[in-house]
Design a protein around this ligand. Structure first.
Ligand SMILES: [Fe+2]
Length: 265
């Protein structure tokens, strides 16, 4: 079994700049890491931190430096895939020292953890909000799923293969969900796809396989399916997720800030 902390959509800016002129996402990340570290005795031991994209908002080297420093405070291996706000070259430079980072090309990778195969897929199309799984990544996924040798299977990607009904997000969703579905071998054991991008908790399916999205660490999008829904973000609820693999597998999204208590029943 492997247990991972999933963080997503950090949207860190170069120090001194606010995300969308509103959010100090560097400070939000620092406070979020503080908060989760304080929870660690309750959460229990972890095998790593998985970041499902949009680490940076502005693609700056400084934003990645800040994010990497904060993530290092967990003292755990960090695995990451890029999101639509990331710059692939700056992302690559920031995580270049990691075993899983390919030397060139797309940021597709596979890591074998205890009884678990964790696969990262790059859905970033630079200059666009929407995501695509490129043919080379589809082939990579197909091979990685076939060679898993009975391990639990987790695929991490930024753009989830689902629609939320929020129009401004569905307009920049994963474009080729059918291609992704077709890349999963027909006889594949259950795969859990974990994603971000939609700044909220959604459960979907791709074929027989489940898809979950974690809350963003810095902002949220209201579930408003009207055609004239306001386009923009909310400052919360924010959160993170915990993934357990194996026979008793589970995934839970947790808010960063809980209410008061506990009070006696
Ligand atoms: Fe995002």
């Amino acid at each position: 079994m492997a247990r991972l902390l999933q963080l997503t959509d950090l949207h860190v800016m170069a120090p001194g700049s606010l995300c969308s002129g509103v959010l100090d996402t560097g400070a939000i990340l620092r406070a979020g890491v503080d908060r989760i570290l304080a929870q660690m005795p309750a959460i229990g031991p972890l095998d790593g931190v998985l970041v499902t994209g949009d680490i940076s908002e502005d693609g700056s080297v400084e934003s990645y430096d800040l994010a990497r420093r904060e993530l290092a405070r967990f003292g755990l291996p960090v695995y990451a895939v890029p999101g639509n706000h990331d710059s692939r070259s700056a992302f690559r430079a920031a995580f270049g020292g990691q075993d899983w980072m390919p030397a060139s090309g797309l940021v597709d990778w596979v890591v074998d953890l205890p009884d678990t195969r964790l696969i990262g897929l790059d859905t970033l199309v630079e200059g666009r909000g929407a995501g695509r799984v490129q043919p080379v990544s589809l082939e990579f996924l197909n091979h990685a799923l076939q060679g898993a040798d009975g391990r639990a299977l987790v695929v991490a990607l930024h753009h989830p293969p689902l629609r939320t009904g929020i129009r401004f997000m569905d307009n920049i969703a994963l474009e080729n969900i059918k291609d992704l579905a077709a890349a999963i071998p027909a006889n594949c054991q259950p795969v859990t796809f974990v994603a971000g991008h939609v700044h909220g908790v959604y459960l979907g399916r791709i074929g027989a396989h489940r898809v979950v999205t974690a809350p963003s660490l810095c902002s949220a999008f209201a579930l408003d399916r009207r055609a004239d829904a306001p386009v923009g973000f909310l400052t919360g609820p924010t959160g993170y997720a915990l993934l357990d693999t194996g026979p008793d597998d589970s995934w839970t999204a947790q808010p960063l800030f809980m209410g008061d208590g506990p009070f006696d029943f």
